[in-house]
Ligand binder design. Structure first.
Ligand SMILES: Cc1cc2nc3c(=O)[nH]c(=O)nc-3n(C[C@H](O)[C@H](O)[C@H](O)COP(=O)(O)OP(=O)(O)OC[C@H]3O[C@@H](n4cnc5c(N)ncnc54)[C@H](O)[C@@H]3O)c2cc1C
Length: 379
């Protein structure tokens, strides 16, 4: 029962999809344009413990820190402190995670062709460049997991909205940090996203900022870090797809997954857990088609529970994007007064906001925040 499926991109989502397809009995090849998996590294590597456990993502050996909560700062530096007794998230070494997934895929017998860039796909033919030479490959299905700047996306959905991306700058820096909590900073200086401090330990952290539209990431990052006593060890700059779920992610024999399909959380930009869930759904859709002749267009239907959550992330993002410094200051003070810190400690979920919103609706003490909640839901 062998079918040829080609996955474009050996990031965490492409490798997850390839491994899933192989487990279903299909013959899979992965194409990766770089010579080394996981490089260059463009990620903060913060992953929820729940998401990791539920999706069986093994990060042992690549975990560098355990996170117990967050401090969310308003522009006037009032903050909500949400802290649990148990770790809520892990900070992982991202290149290490990708390499771990590579080993797992290779152990299953999946061929990963490095230095091989997909150039074009026409029906069942993939045109690739391998070590500067052009080649053609035959395939029955293509899974485009080629990340934020996906070429496969252009084949499925050529209309790309430049507003659907956040530009980020992140550094690894030495300094003095609270190693239990991440910091999230909101305000006009990071319009369209936020700034963050993610500790690896007490003396090293990943510090970054994202902006959307015409805002200048570099200038604002410098403003954000100006007062910090840090020594920058390295720096990277990359984009994160941030938008609402997009329907045009499958066409004929081509599927998009992960960042290529904009399957990130618009609130935080995190895409490893949500992309992994989507990869499993793509695997199921392709397998159901091959085994039971179910339509490939079921992909969108099968994604619906995930897309409901991604849509909520988008609504929260849109609402926060509409606020100025003064309004964020007032909102954080209002949240503090309404006991949101304790509430988030109990019910907050980094990946699935619907659980938390349902709980909030059922909690009379939080009904004072209902107008805000309605603005979010209907924004
Ligand atoms: C600054 C920053 C911080 C982030 N922090 C977090 C975080 O804390 N937690 C989280 O969950 N997510 C985070 N993300 C998002 C996360 O990095 C992505 O969601 C994740 O990498 C998506 O995986 P992917 O496999 O879809 O794409 P990628 O990881 O981008 O992998 C795509 C692969 O495809 C290859 N490729 C591209 N084009 C071609 C081609 N034409 N032919 C062959 N190969 C090709 C690339 O070389 C790459 O290896 C962050 C992103 C950024 C930019």
């Amino acid at each position: 029962m062998e079918q040829m499926i080609t996955v474009i991109g050996a990031g965490p989502i492409g490798l997850r999809a390839a491994t899933g397809l192989k487990n279903e009995g299909w013959d899979v090849t992965v194409l990766e344009e770089h010579s080394e998996i996981g490089v260059p590294e463009n990620c903060s590597g913060l992953l929820s413990v729940n998401g990791l456990q539920k999706n069986k993502i093994d990060v042992s050996e690549v975990t560098v820190n355990k996170i117990f909560g967050a401090k969310i700062f308003s522009p006037e530096k009032t903050f909500l402190k949400i802290e649990r007794k148990e770790p809520v998230a892990l900070v992982v070494e991202r290149a290490g995670l990708d390499k771990k997934l590579e080993k797992k895929a290779e152990k299953k017998g999946i061929q990963i062709r490095k230095n091989t860039r997909m150039i074009d796909v026409r029906k069942d033919t993939i045109f690739v460049q391998h070590e500067q030479r052009g080649e053609m490959m035959k395939t029955r299905f293509v899974v485009g997991a080629d990340g934020a700047a996906s070429k496969t996306r252009k084949l499925v959905n050529p209309k790309i909205d430049p507003k659907a991306f956040v530009r980020t700058i992140q550094v690894k820096a030495k300094g003095s940090f609270d190693d239990r909590l991440v910091e999230v900073h909101l305000g006009d200086f990071c319009k369209g996203f936020f700034a963050w401090v993610i500790p690896e330990n007490k003396t090293t952290a990943r510090i970054g900022l994202g902006v959307s539209g015409s805002f200048n990431a570099r200038e604002n990052f410098n403003k954000f870090t100006k007062e910090m006593e840090i020594e920058v060890l390295n720096e990277s700059s990359f984009v994160i797809p941030v938008t609402r779920p997009i329907k045009e992610i499958q066409k004929d024999n081509i599927f998009l997954v992960g960042d290529a399909a904009y399957q990130t959380k618009a609130t935080t930009g995190g895409g490893i857990i949500t992309g992994s869930i989507a990869a499993d759904i793509a695997v199921k859709t392709i397998s159901d088609h091959l085994k039971h002749k179910k339509p490939l267009t079921d992909y969108w239907k099968n994604l619906s529970p995930l897309n409901k959550e991604l849509e909520l992330h988008w609504k929260v993002r849109k609402y926060f994007n509409s606020l100025n410094d003064k309004q964020i200051n007032s909102l954080i003070r209002k949240f503090k007064k309404a006991g949101m810190e304790e509430f988030l400690e109990k019910h907050g979920d980094m990946d699935f906001p619907s659980k938390f919103i349902n709980k909030m609706m059922l909690s009379p003490s939080k009904w004072g925040l209902l107008p805000t909640g309605l603005k979010v839901l209907f924004s």
